[in-house]
Design a protein around this ligand. Sequence first.
Ligand SMILES: Cc1cc2nc3c(=O)[nH]c(=O)nc-3n(C[C@H](O)[C@H](O)[C@H](O)COP(=O)(O)O)c2cc1C
Length: 197
Amino acid sequence: MTSSLFDTEQINNLIRTRRSTFIPQFVPGRVIPDSTVWQLLENANWAPSHKQTEPWRFVVFTGAGLHRLAEFQADLYEKTAGPAYKAAKHANLRNNPPQCSHVIAIAMKRTEPRLPEIEEIEAVACAVQNLHLSAHAYGLGGYWSSGGITYTEEAKAFFGLGPEDRLLGFFQLGYIEVPSAPGQRGSIHDKTRWVNE
Ligand SMILES: Cc1cc2nc3c(=O)[nH]c(=O)nc-3n(C[C@H](O)[C@H](O)[C@H](O)COP(=O)(O)O)c2cc1C
């Protein structure tokens, strides 16, 4: 029998109480120290990746940078939406970033063409989960959004990405004013099959 190095009850509790916290739930105007955001990014950086490609890339927007992001994404949406254009969506893209403490663009950088692309995306998702769990451990709120300009080719250059890379969304961060209700999950027993004989 192995003895645990960690307080497993605390780890279970951390994982099972992590929630997405959305922008209207944030404390308006309260800014997380950059040093704390670096801790979240350090933990993201410890995600696994096949062939150790470490394909996660982040662009952190804060302060005046939030307005640059807002302007860029609103303008790009206006140019590219076509008949699907919705004024409310356009307004959200302009108004949402400045309501966050930090917005972290999430990207996958392709450096190893022999690896299936899906594995690189999976590795980035592991990194984002590290980041989200770390934010929760620090008492911070946030969520991964993949709407807006996320999957548009025209957005890539702004985030320093090439045609083979992928923008996968944005992690919005803030202090929590209104906590989310406890999460709900269907039973793991319905999603698991054991083969033991
Ligand atoms: C890849 C990915 C993309 C997501 N994109 C969005 C999004 O665009 N908008 C949104 O409201 N939530 C988004 N979410 C957050 C989910 O809504 C949220 O994780 C889900 O409701 C479960 O809630 P929980 O995170 O509190 O457990 C995304 C989550 C993931 C993993």
